[in-house]
Design a protein around this ligand. Structure first.
Ligand code: ADP
Length: 152
């Protein structure tokens, strides 16, 4: 059986922190589906098509990575994709508390799906999409925080 993981997120925009977690997960899985979750309540900074285009460009040469979008529950999307794993990154204790509730609720809904966490690299521990958006809004340079290919 193929080991398929879904890495769900907003990727608004994708950061080097996300990129690092995705690349470090590749030896663990046969396929990693990087999936942009569309959340009706959350207005994004970058359009869905822009976020999708960046992901497709960044991982174009990686056959073990698929790019997708989904709406609704992550566990439903996983089942649709035959993915038995949800991949998430952990930066801080706050991330852990947040991820624990989501992970445990997902497990109650679909016991066959395991959430797998990778610790973030130390250099990316303070990096978040929301800080990157703030820097952009205020005219700062974000090149060092986003993967090559993410240009504005
Ligand atoms: P969400 O909207 O679900 O918070 P994000 O796109 O911000 O989506 O994050 C998706 C995943 O990436 C989460 O598991 C988050 O913890 C992880 N992540 C975000 N930033 C980093 C980072 N700098 N290093 C490692 N993991 C990160």
């Amino acid at each position: 059986m193929q080991r398929i993981a879904v890495f769900p997120g907003s990727f608004d925009p994708i950061t080097r922190g996300h990129e690092s977690v995705i690349k470090r997960a590749l030896p663990l899985f046969d396929l990693v589906i990087v999936a942009i979750g569309e959340n009706g309540e959350k207005k994004s900074f970058f359009s869905l098509s822009q976020r999708l285009a960046w992901l497709q460009l960044i991982f174009a040469k990686e056959p073990k990575i698929e790019i997708a979008t989904f709406s609704g529950l992550t566990v439903d999307f996983c089942q649709k994709k035959n993915a038995a794993f949800i991949l998430r990154g952990l930066r801080t204790a706050a991330d852990f508390e947040f991820e624990r509730s989501i992970g445990q609720m997902n497990k109650l809904m679909v016991p066959g799906i395991e959430t797998v966490f990778l610790l973030c690299e130390q250099e990316y521990a303070s990096l978040s999409s929301s800080i990157v958006r703030d820097i952009i809004r205020n005219g700062g340079e974000v090149k060092q925080f986003v993967p090559d290919g993410v240009d504005f």
